[in-house]
Design a protein around this ligand. Sequence first.
Ligand SMILES: Cc1cc2nc3c(=O)[nH]c(=O)nc-3n(C[C@H](O)[C@H](O)[C@H](O)COP(=O)(O)O)c2cc1C
Length: 405
Amino acid sequence: MLENLRSTLRFQPITVNRTQRDLDRAANIDDLRTIAKRRLPGGVFDYIDGGADDEITLRNNTDRFDDWEFRPRVLRDVEHIDTSTTLLGKRIPLPLVMAPTGFSRIGTSGGELDTSRAAAGRGIPYSLSSLSTRSIEEVAEVCDGPKWFQVYVWRDRGLVKEVVQRAQRAGYEAIAVTVDLQTLGRRERDVRRGFTLPPKLGLDTIIDGIRHPGWTWDFIRSEPILFANITGSDQSDGTDATALADYIANQLDPTLNWDDVAWFREIWDGPIVIKGVQTVEDAKIAADLGLEAVALSNHGGRQLDHSPSPIELVPQVRDAIGDSMQIICDGGIRRGTHIAKAIALGADACMAGRAYLYGLGAGGEAGVDKALGFLHDELVRAMTLLGVTNVSELDRDLLRELDRT
Ligand SMILES: Cc1cc2nc3c(=O)[nH]c(=O)nc-3n(C[C@H](O)[C@H](O)[C@H](O)COP(=O)(O)O)c2cc1C
């Protein structure tokens, strides 16, 4: 009887570390989001999770993936699945790039060091934001994987040139010029909370902080959060807890236009990605200018509400430009099946932001790795069940558009 009981009962070893225990129990990106929501102060979570205005675009970015159903093929040899692909002339293990996200140090004190190390661990290209809280060089030191630098075009072009050249010297392989931030979208969750970057300590923040002691302890012990790539210039480096909207409004250059591509070719020797293209017409201009790639993106629903979801644009843009330029689908990726659909519809790769930020908030570098692991494993499973062994075999025959009328 005792023998019988012993053979059926399997006790898991108890994990003392709560973060690790939470991560062990997470089954997908959405679970990481739930853990992050519990661990982070409300204002910090909403800064990551929220979108502009009514958040219609934010929701659509993920929901529009449901407009497509798979047509899985069976009885094909799927023993060896290869998820690697070529992006900007380099082989990468997964058709995925980590999207640039500013201020990662509000997730953990490691910030961009944690996220970029996790990216390097899996060989996934990491894009460092212009508004990062760890510098170009600090990230290059810990991240020996592929790196891109995201460029916000400031009024002070001297500063833009300087950071781009620093990125080149530090071994970054591509720049992604973000073009959908002519002015800052209104993220109403931040407005209601009076949320600023870096976070200001008011009564609300203190109460919120007491309710999230793990995050608060990490935040208090670490050095002040700065715009690490702007420190030392004559512009504000964020030390004064400037409200983000004021800072951006003062620094962004609204005169930015297509003629500036030529200037980027002069100051940067390497591939250029235009991030924030939202129409077929603009994708065609980018292709005609000989740009290496566009990221179809609405900034994760944080800028113009009611703009189209990237997944809707992918097939339209691919049909319009043929193979003349690479396409990255950026927004709403929470599942490996989303990546499979984007590639099948004509994208060369996807970018994901919140997917890994939820991991960061849930458990630092280990949480980011967990998020990337989910996306990888889910893509492998999807390809296996679709009957394809190679990313190049993901095509439109594997999808059927659902009629929602
Ligand atoms: C918290 C946060 C900060 C972001 N910061 C930047 C940034 O500094 N530069 C940029 O080009 N895009 C930024 N983005 C947009 C992302 O690069 C990406 O377009 C978006 O997250 C994609 O949507 P997803 O979060 O659904 O994957 C940010 C997004 C989030 C969620």
